[in-house]
Write a protein that binds this ligand. Structure first.
Ligand code: ZN
Length: 259
């Protein structure tokens, strides 16, 4: 072995020693089982990532909304979404139970890139296994309002979309959709209102990027479906050909949701 090989081995040893020291001084623990994490910044150990409560079925946006309505005592007189939006197929990786909730929290508020990569790879697997997602040509992350993006510094959905793109080869469509006003939060939708009206929360600004294209709308969590329906509705108005929805988490049917 030449000097180059020896040098590389020596620096490799130095790096792993440094990592071990860092691990001893500042150990990170698995949020699922409490064991020390072998890989830093990953939130969960490999076996806890496998313990997520997997979602196996698809739901339409209309089904998500009516299940959420039943759980919250909101009896919709009719489906709040216009025809094509109501029928949009949504898939998720796992239910929003404690381990997934910790993952989403870390993605949303701590910008953990490794968590996004892990979740994105799982989302890609779901999309690739579902024939209804075949032929999709673009990924659109649900955008944040510009003020919120400035405040947070990144868009969690865009991190997820980037990771799904790496695993599937489907490109991310940037800058086609913008958020112009907040969607009504779930706590604002009172049973007495019996309505959800998120129309006008999103707008397409670059129709040439989406017109005639079959898109996957990407978000972190599907709860009442109202944000997803508003974004999907805007994309369809912008002449997108078809929409599918892919999220990391879905709130369990009958739960009170997650905001
Ligand atoms: Zn664990």
């Amino acid at each position: 072995m030449g000097r180059g090989g020896e040098w590389r081995r020596a620096t490799g040893r130095l790096e792993s020693t440094a990592n071990r020291f860092l691990g001893i001084l500042f150990p990170e623990f698995c949020r699922g089982c409490g064991r020390v994490l072998a890989i830093r910044d990953c939130l969960l150990c490999d076996s806890c990532w496998l313990k997520l409560s997997w979602v196996s079925d698809a739901r339409t946006l209309a089904e998500l909304t009516s299940a959420w309505g039943r759980a919250n005592g909101v009896g919709f007189r009719r489906c709040p979404w216009p025809g094509r939006v109501a029928e949009i197929r949504t898939r998720a990786v796992a239910y929003m139970e404690p381990v997934m909730a910790a993952a989403i929290h870390n993605l949303k508020y701590r910008g953990r890139k490794r968590v996004a990569n892990r979740l994105g790879r799982l989302m890609a697997r779901v999309a690739l296994s579902d024939p209804a997602f075949r032929g999709c040509e673009g990924l659109v992350p649900v955008p944040l309002r510009p003020e919120k993006l400035r405040e947070r510094g990144y868009n969690p959905s865009a991190l997820l979309a980037g990771s799904v793109s790496e695993a599937t080869g489907i490109p991310v469509v940037h800058g086609a959709l913008v958020k112009i006003r907040p969607t009504p939060s779930q706590t604002e939708i009172r049973p007495r209102d019996r309505t959800v009206n998120p129309r006008g929360s999103f707008r397409v600004v670059n129709p040439e990027g989406i017109a005639g294209i079959r898109l996957i709308l990407v978000d972190d969590v599907a709860t009442s479906g109202s944000t997803l329906a508003a974004a999907a509705g805007a994309l369809l108005e912008g002449e997108a050909r078809e929409i599918r929805v892919l999220t990391a988490a879905r709130t369990p049917m009958g739960s009170l949701g997650y905001s």
